[in-house]
Ligand binder design. Structure first.
Ligand SMILES: Cc1cc2nc3c(=O)[nH]c(=O)nc-3n(C[C@H](O)[C@H](O)[C@H](O)COP(=O)(O)OP(=O)(O)OC[C@H]3O[C@@H](n4cnc5c(N)ncnc54)[C@H](O)[C@@H]3O)c2cc1C
Length: 258
């Protein structure tokens, strides 16, 4: 089944074309070769002509508690997992608060906040090739070697939802811009912060067309309304160039450009 998705409204940064997306309803290896898989599009920047896209359908939106393991479908929204954990008094997933997306996307990105990351709780993932243990996936800072669709993942659970940790993590979000963005545009280089470097080269708040590096947090590329892919890329390239010239640091995109 196919669906038309308008990425200028679906993606969190509100940039991208209206394109046909294959809706995946069953586990099949051929999808891995044919399509780029889109989750909630919270970490994507789509050009006007992206590669063929697919998305997991509702069949992969579920949460099951099996003994000590939480088994979650790849299309399950992270917010739903957080609510489930609160309701069932389970701990370990508090950092998913305000970390928008699907479980498949979070696993693929090894998403995280501060010292809390998917890698701390992930046990295994299920792809069309079968089950792989977390230790086979080279989970590092915003990086994994996952190159296949994650249909399902298993996580360790512990008793006791940590409400005070949740409160602490939510307060960290207060300095984040509210305009559409894809979260952090660059990964933090070792022992430094991309936001600091962007600020140091004078680009905090820098606007080009309708895209800008946020006044609030320089590592957030925000859409001020009707911003385009070309404008976003211009700012990304400008920041990389200036930071390299001044600090010799090569900024690496966290956002995935398609
Ligand atoms: C306001 C805001 C704040 C954010 N804050 C954070 C933060 O604090 N920490 C953080 O880590 N991220 C943050 N992000 C980025 C984003 O939330 C995460 O990267 C999230 O995990 C993306 O999930 P998604 O489903 O939207 O994936 P997408 O953006 O759709 O895709 C991201 C990658 O995951 C892959 N993918 C998606 N689903 C699957 C699947 N089922 N199987 C295999 N691969 C898949 C895609 O192919 C792509 O490579 C933020 C984003 C926003 C908009």
């Amino acid at each position: 089944m196919k669906r038309i998705i308008d990425f200028s409204s679906y993606s969190s940064i509100k940039v991208g074309p209206k394109v046909e997306v294959e809706m995946i309803e069953e586990v099949d290896k051929s999808f891995d070769e044919k399509f780029f898989l889109v989750g909630g599009a919270n970490n994507l920047l789509l050009s006007p002509s992206p590669p063929p896209l697919a998305k997991l359908s509702k069949e992969f939106d579920y949460i099951k508690l099996e003994g000590d393991t939480l088994v979650i479908g790849g299309a399950t929204p992270t917010g739903k997992v957080l609510s489930f954990c609160k309701r069932n008094d389970l701990g370990g997933f508090e950092f998913l608060a305000k970390l928008p997306g699907t479980v498949g996307g979070a696993v693929r990105m090894n998403a995280g906040v501060k010292e809390y990351e998917i890698k701390d709780i992930l046990l295994w993932v299920k792809s069309a090739e079968g089950i792989k243990e977390a230790r086979e996936l080279n989970l590092e800072y915003r990086k994994t070697n996952i190159s296949t669709i994650v249909y399902e993942a298993g996580f360790k659970v512990q008793k006791g939802f940590n409400h005070s940790l949740l409160k602490k993590l939510l307060s960290l979000r207060s300095n984040q811009p509210t305009q559409p963005s894809a979260g952090s545009v660059f990964k933090n280089p070792p022992n430094d912060f991309a936001g600091r470097l962007i600020e140091e080269v004078g680009l905090k708040g820098k606007r080009f067309g309708n895209m800008a590096f946020s006044h609030q947090h320089a590592n957030f590329l925000v859409n001020l309304g009707g911003g385009s892919f070309a404008e976003a890329i211009t700012l990304i390239e400008l920041a990389k160039k200036r930071v390299y010239e001044k600090f010799g640091v090569k900024l690496e995109e966290e956002v995935i450009i398609l």
